[in-house]
Design a protein around this ligand. Structure first.
Ligand code: A3P
Length: 291
């Protein structure tokens, strides 16, 4: 297995600098020049923050709780990645209103998004749980380097030398003042976890898609961790073993808030806290670390 090489976040691939090896220049150019439509909804997240969950929620909101699409179309086909250009024109082929997904940082998309009325939903998750989830994902996702120990992975995570770069930069970028120019909703994994119904109300209001009587129960039923874990259209069990090896760990792993506590040592926690307070000192964001 490939070892966790240190990625240089300032490394420039031709002309779009992006931390990681997962996207070609062609894909990145496609993404940063993408023509958004006013009816588009873009899901934005740092990896392991609840992206798939939001893809499922939006699909069901758009179908008013009808489960057909969520049972028959894989999440990456109904809410395709902006930065994965290997299904040519898949985004152009989607029916309106389109749901599009991205992990790209704000500065790369700001120029195309700021001029559009597309809706942007940013899903954030407390970064201790993100680090643990990302660590386990590295073990089963064969396109990512072997994370070795959690200790070693955590260092890369804190330094921002993992794919998609620094969590701190990602969340700060997308919540910076520039987002005032966007049609923007910020929501957290923990909020959805604690109050799925309230979160669905909030999202449906933002999308101007009022929930009809009975929709709420239908949507909720298909968005729970238990239901999604069993649904092959969102649990990634249909992808090749060469891409994700489910014998090494599940994509739908635990779905908990505060699971980091069973992984972090007190020293790791202290180090994390120190770095978090210094990097986030100018941020108004508050995170829920456990429930
Ligand atoms: P864990 O590894 O902590 O279990 P992403 O889709 O951004 O890659 O995020 C994956 C994480 O979201 C995984 O976290 C996964 O279990 C969790 N997740 C997915 N659907 C969920 C749901 N309905 N409820 C709670 N957690 C969910």
């Amino acid at each position: 297995a490939a070892s966790m090489a240190r990625l240089d976040v300032t490394e420039t691939f031709h002309n779009i600098a992006f931390p990681g090896h997962l996207h070609t220049q062609e894909s990145l150019h496609y993404a940063v020049n993408f023509q958004f439509q006013d009816t588009d909804t873009l899901i934005v997240s740092y990896p392991k923050s609840g992206t798939t969950w939001m893809q499922q929620i939006l699909t069901l909101l758009y179908s008013q709780g009808d489960e057909t699409v969520s049972r028959t179309v894989p999440n990456w086909a109904r809410a395709p990645w902006l930065e994965q250009y290997y299904f040519p024109k898949v985004l152009e082929m989607l029916k309106e209103p389109r749901i599009i997904t991205t992990h790209l940082p704000y500065h790369l998309l700001a120029p195309v998004l700021e001029g559009s009325k597309a809706k942007v939903i940013y899903v954030a998750r407390n970064p201790k749980d993100v680090a643990v989830s990302f660590y386990h994902f590295h073990k089963m996702a064969n396109f990512l380097p072997d994370p070795k120990s959690f200790e070693e992975f955590l260092e890369h995570f804190l330094e921002g030398t993992v794919n998609y770069g620094s969590w701190f930069d990602h969340v700060k970028g997308w919540t910076s003042s520039g987002r005032n120019n966007l049609n923007f909703l910020y929501i957290t994994y923990e909020e959805m976890w604690e109050d799925l119904e309230g979160s669905l109300e909030k999202i449906s209001t933002f999308l101007h898609r009022p929930l009809m009587l009975g929709d709420m129960q239908k949507i909720q039923k298909h968005c729970t961790f238990t239901s999604m874990s069993k649904n092959p259209m969102v649990n990634y069990t249909t992808v090749d073993k060469e891409i994700m090896d489910h014998s090494k760990g599940q994509f739908m792993r635990k779905g908990k808030v505060g699971d980091w506590k069973s992984t972090f040592t007190p020293e790791q926690n202290q180090r994390f806290e120190n770095i978090f307070s210094s990097k986030m000192k100018n941020s108004h964001l508050k995170f829920t670390w456990y429930i």
